[in-house]
Design a protein around this ligand. Structure first.
Ligand code: AP5
Ligand code: MG
Length: 216
């Protein structure tokens, strides 16, 4: 099962990728989480990515493609994986196609999640995450506990450095300019589904899951 979750910042890619990963036993590959982890560990990649993420811009295609190449070669990806936040540009999408061909993987199934922009901004300004495991907290679905410690791992719950109004607007602008064209690329390949993300987390998951049950 090789899946791509595609969509603007805050549409719920991470939330749904976690649900799919749990139900189907395939890893969630979130390039955003991988970069945040590199920043936390102070690696060379982290040092390069930190300012770019804070500005709401994109890390270079070369870096992202080599990161993905390495990640999907790991043993836990044998049965498949769900990509969350990748590909985000046409060169990334084309590079992923080459990688799939090299590895003789089946064509990925792509889900585009759509949410109105005013809802996105509200969601992102209210979101908190665990700095250790990336668990997502928000007032509606998973409120932050009183001690501000992650209920899964005990890590510190923080606001993402790019979840402020100015950077959210910049991320949305970058999405429209650089990422939205990727939609057509996958639409043309077939196996492309549009999902209404402006429903409850459960309803959105059920919509995705009903399609997965038909395909796999
Ligand atoms: P990344 O971490 O991927 O950020 P993003 O694409 O901006 O997406 P988000 O993580 O903000 O949103 P999401 O869709 O995952 O929503 P979530 O489930 O959290 O990337 C960060 C940065 O890293 C980029 O800006 C870039 O700099 C760099 N980067 C990453 N990948 C890259 C790449 N491939 N190439 C180049 N650079 C890259 O949900 C949001 C909130 O809404 C949460 O609070 C959640 O609880 C809530 N929510 C979710 N679903 C619902 C629902 N159905 N109803 C109500 N609330 C909901
Ligand atoms: Mg995310």
């Amino acid at each position: 099962m090789h899946l791509i979750l595609f969509g603007a910042p805050g549409v719920g890619k991470g939330t749904q990728a976690k649900n799919i990963s749990q139900k189907y036993g395939i890893p969630q590959i979130s390039t955003g989480d991988m970069l945040r982890d590199a920043i936390k560990r102070g690696t060379e990649l982290g040092k390069k990515a930190e300012a770019i993420i804070a500005r709401g811009e994109l890390v270079s295609d070369d870096i992202m493609l080599s990161l993905i190449k390495e990640r999907v070669s790991q043993p836990d990806c044998k049965k498949g994986f769900v990509l969350d936040g990748f590909p985000r540009t046409l060169p990334q999408a084309k590079g992923l196609t080459v990688l799939f061909e090299e590895k003789r993987l089946p064509k990925p199934v792509c889900f585009e999640i759509i949410v109105p922009e005013n809802v996105i901004i509200k969601r992102l300004t209210q979101r908190k995450i665990c700095e250790n495991c990336g668990a997502i907290y928000d007032p509606l679905n998973n409120p932050v506990p009183a001690d501000k410690r992650c209920t899964k791992c005990g890590g510190r719950i923080i606001t993402r450095q790019d979840d402020n109004v100015d950077t959210i607007h910049k991320r949305l602008q970058v999405y429209h300019e650089m990422t939205a064209p990727v939609r057509k690329y996958y639409e043309k390949q077939g196996s492309f589904y549009t999902i209404n993300g402006n429903l409850s987390v459960e309803k959105v998951f059920n919509e995705i899951d009903s399609i997965l049950k038909k395909i796999f």
